[in-house]
Design a protein around this ligand. Structure first.
Ligand code: FAD
Length: 391
C-alpha cells in the first residue's frame, strides 16, 4: 500500500517509520527545501517514548536528550512551591525526554532515510491540494502529482490538508500570552541537570527553563531551553510563525523584580544567540478530522498550547495508532475512521486540559505560599489524571 504523508515534522516522520515497520510504502512530502534543526526545546512524554523505543530509537534518544526527573515550581523570589516527579522517577517504564525539537526531527529523518531509502522524503514538495478518486487519492505538490491509497495531513500549524478538508473551520485562537523562547549554553550546568524549572510571579508572568542536550551534559555544561510567558491582551491571533525573531529588550523588563537566587535570569535570557517570539495559540477541537482516504495528524489535527508539553507526544501516538489501524488490512477508509475514533476524543481532552492548566496556573498568583502549593498539587494531579489516565 502506498501512503503519502504531507509534512516531514515530528508527526509525519514518525508516521513514515511506523507505516514502514508494518510493511507499507511511504512518501513524505515536505514543504521546506532543506530540513534544518529548527526550533528550541520540547518535551516528549513517556507514552510517546515507549512508541519511539519500539521503533528502535531508544539509544538515539538517550544520546540526544535529557531524562527529565522533576518539575520544580518556584515563586519569583526562588522559594520552592511544589515539586512533581517525572518520567522514570514518577514510576513510568520509559523516561520523559527534554530535547531540542530540531535534533529530534533530524534523528527521525536519519532513521527514515536509512530504512525507507534516500527518496522517501521529498523536500521543496509543498502539498497544494488533493482529490479523492474511487480507488485512491491524487495529491498535488510542488514536485508533481502522486497517486496513493491514503493521504495523511501532518503539515502542522497552518495545514493545507486541514484547510481543504475544513475550509470554514476554526481559526487560531489566542491564549492572551506572549512567549519569547531561546537557548542558552550554561558552562556551570543547570540545577541538578535533569530538572525543569517553572516559576510564576504575582503578575502571572512565568518563566520555564530546562536543559535539553545530552552532549552538553556529558561535558558538565548545559544547553538550557527557556520560555518567558507574559500576559497579553487577548486579541485576534494574527500571523503566527514558529521562527519569528523576538527582541531581548521586549522581554527583560518583565523580570526586573525577579531574583531566583539559584539562577541569574538576566544572564540566561541575554545569553541566547537567537530569541524567538510566538503568541500562544491553539484551535478549537474539530468535530471530525478526515474524510474517506484522507486524514489529519499532529498539530494539523489538534493544535494545542505548549502548557503540558504534549504536542509532539500526541503526534507520535497518532502516528503509531494510524499505522496499527491501516495494518488490519480491511480497507483504508475504515482504518482511517477507526484511527480518528480512537485519537480524536483523547486529543480533544488534551487540548482542553492544556487550556485549563494554562488558566489555572495563571490564577496561582496572588495566593499565599501554602495555598500555592496546594493549588499546584491539585492542578498537576488533575492534568495527569486527564492526560495520562492515572492519578
Ligand atoms: C520550524 C518549526 C519550529 C518549531 N519549533 C518549536 C518549538 O521550538 N517548540 C515547540 O513546542 N514546538 C515547535 N514546533 C512545533 C512542534 O514541532 C509541533 O508542535 C509538534 O512536534 C507536533 O508535530 P507535527 O509533526 O504535527 O508538526 P511540525 O513538527 O510543525 O511539522 C509540520 C511539518 O509540515 C511541513 N509543512 C507545512 N505545510 C506543508 C505543506 N502544505 N506541504 C508539505 N509540508 C508542509 C512543515 O514545514 C513541517 O516540517 C516547531 C515546528 C516547526 C515547523
Amino acid at each position: 500500500m502506498d501512503i503519502v504523508v504531507a509534512g516531514g515534522g515530528i508527526g509525519g516522520l514518525t508516521t513514515a517509520l511506523a507505516l514502514h515497520a508494518r510493511g507499507m510504502r511511504v512518501t513524505v512530502l515536505e514543504a521546506v527545501g532543506q530540513i534544518k534543526p529548527l526550533g528550541v526545546g520540547i518535551n516528549v512524554q513517556p507514552g510517546a517514548i515507549a512508541e519511539l523505543t519500539a521503533l528502535g530509537l531508544g539509544d538515539a534518544l538517550n544520546a540526544t536528550g535529557i531524562r527529565t526527573r522533576e518539575h520544580l515550581y518556584l515563586d519569583q523570589a526562588g522559594a520552592t512551591l511544589w515539586t512533581e516527579a517525572r518520567g522514570l522517577d514518577a514510576g513510568h517504564e520509559h523516561p520523559q525526554y527534554s530535547i531540542h525539537r530540531g535534533e529530534l526531527q533530524l534523528l527521525l529523518l536519519d532513521a527514515v532515510r536509512e530504512r525507507l531509502g534516500p527518496d522517501a522524503v521529498r523536500t521543496g514538495a509543498r502539498v497544494r491540494s488533493f482529490e479523492q478518486t474511487d480507488d485512491g487519492v491524487r495529491v498535488v505538490s510542488d514536485v508533481g502529482e502522486f497517486e496513493a491509497a491514503a493521504l495523511v495531513g501532518a503539515d502542522g500549524l497552518h495545514s493545507a490538508v486541514r484547510a481543504r478538508l475544513h475550509p470554514h473551520q476554526a481559526r487560531l485562537s489566542a491564549a492572551g500570552t506572549h512567549m519569547w523562547r531561546g537557548l542558552t549554553e550554561m558552562p556551570q550546568g543547570f540545577l541538578d541537570g535533569r530538572t525543569m524549572m517553572l516559576a510564576n510571579d504575582e503578575q502571572t508572568t512565568r518563566l520555564v527553563a530546562y536543559p535539553i542536550s545530552a552532549r552538553h551534559a556529558e561535558q558538565g555544561t548545559a544547553l538550557v531551553n527557556w520560555v518567558c510567558l507574559v500576559p497579553a491582551e487577548v486579541g485576534p491571533a494574527g500571523d503566527v510563525d514558529w521562527e519569528r525573531p523576538g527582541r531581548i529588550d521586549d522581554v527583560l523588563p518583565y523580570y526586573g523584580h525577579w531574583d531566583l537566587g539559584v539562577l541569574d535570569i538576566r544572564a540566561m535570557l541575554a545569553g541566547s544567540r537567537e530569541i524567538l517570539y510566538y503568541p500562544m495559540v491553539d484551535r478549537d477541537p474539530l468535530a471530525t478530522w478526515g474524510k474517506g482516504r484522507v486524514t489529519l495528524l499532529g498539530d494539523a489535527a489538534h493544535l494545542m498550547y505548549p502548557i503540558g508539553a504534549n504536542g509532539a507526544s500526541q503526534a507520535i501516538v497518532d502516528a503509531v495508532t494510524l499505522a496499527a489501524e491501516l495494518d488490519k488490512g480491511d480497507g483504508v477508509a475504515a482504518a482511517l475512521a477507526r484511527y480518528e475514533a480512537v485519537r480524536r476524543p483523547v486529543t480533544t481532552e488534551v487540548v482542553l486540559a492544556n487550556r485549563k492548566m494554562h488558566n489555572d496556573q495563571r490564577h496561582v498568583a496572588g495566593r499565599s505560599a501554602g495555598d500555592k502549593a496546594a493549588v499546584l498539587r491539585a492542578i498537576t494531579s488533575a492534568y495527569r489524571a486527564t492526560v495520562e489516565n492515572r492519578p
